[in-house]
Ligand binder design. Sequence first.
Ligand SMILES: *Cc1c(COP(=O)(O)O)cnc(C)c1O
Length: 367
Amino acid sequence: MTTPRIDFELKPSAHPLSAAERETVLADPGFGRHFTDHMVTISWTEGRGWHDAQLRPYAPLEVHPSNMILHYAQTIFEGLKAYRQPDGSVATFRPDANARRFQNSARRLAMPELPVETFVEACDLLVRQDADWVPGSGEESLYLRPFMIANENGLGVRPASEYLFIVIASPAGAYFPRGVKPVSVWLSEEYVRAAPGGMGAAKTGGNYAGSLAARAAAMEQGCDEVVWLDAVERRYVEEMGGMNLYFVYGEGSDARIVTPELTGTLLPGITRDSLLNIAQDMGFGTGEARISTDEWRTGNADGTLTEVFACGTAAVITPVGEVKSAHGQWLVGDGEPGPITKRLREALLAVQTGRAPDPHGWMHQLA
Ligand SMILES: *Cc1c(COP(=O)(O)O)cnc(C)c1O
């Protein structure tokens, strides 16, 4: 079945921020604090499908207190970045992969699937309209947040009959403005993020709501982040609740780079997938496997496990420097960012910022 093309109605803002005001924001954007002049919205209604696609001014939504989204949390989201390219153009990184993951998340939450090409077109429209908001240099980017919410008024647990898809955009500064800094992590044995059969592979707000108490517990232990373990044995490493994890065994050209396998309870990160490819391109051995906390501890103790890092769209790659658990704590290597972690980070950023060839065709060029 072919999907009918959706036409977007263009209603640009009559009052965009002045160039001077925008430049003030772009001088120190931070992350997720400022939003561009526009957003894209598309409605879905049972029996009618997708309709009323619009590019329009960024503005508050009107939500009734009985809106099902506020009660039953049918909500999914994505995150991807648009980077300024050396020739001044703008390109997004693998938007089709985000679109497909968005469809998978929608299926898990019994929401309608947005066609991949409509998802990508919505992102393209917003980036083109607000292209002046894409920062000019290096690791800075325009972060895109496509999301979908239930949009039907009434109580009663069932899939909503109406939904709203929205894309907003936020300029993002370099994640590590003062150099890459390793994080310390807490192995969470008390709380779990996702159980088999749950929604761990879907990008949905509920997974984040459930993670906040664990994050607070990690911070009480003096750690920056939580590492989630499998729900059944509380033994196998899953992910970092917003970033996937990688383990580097050995050194130099003999290094082998392993990431926890996709068991259905962790989020299939696009950065994770991209790094598997890049590591292979660079000649490293790669693997997807179950990795236990015991293997992590003994590997660091005997030196076979040399580096550990987390990866995701926001930070690209973050080294893990120190691990703490209820049973003790240890350093990863010497606690500093490792050479392979740094090489992989630089290699991926070079593709994203157009400083290196793009052999996998990941960059989606916008005029
Ligand atoms: C988004 C996300 C990631 C990272 O995915 P990317 O596509 O690489 O940004 C990892 N874990 C969770 C829970 C996430 O929500």
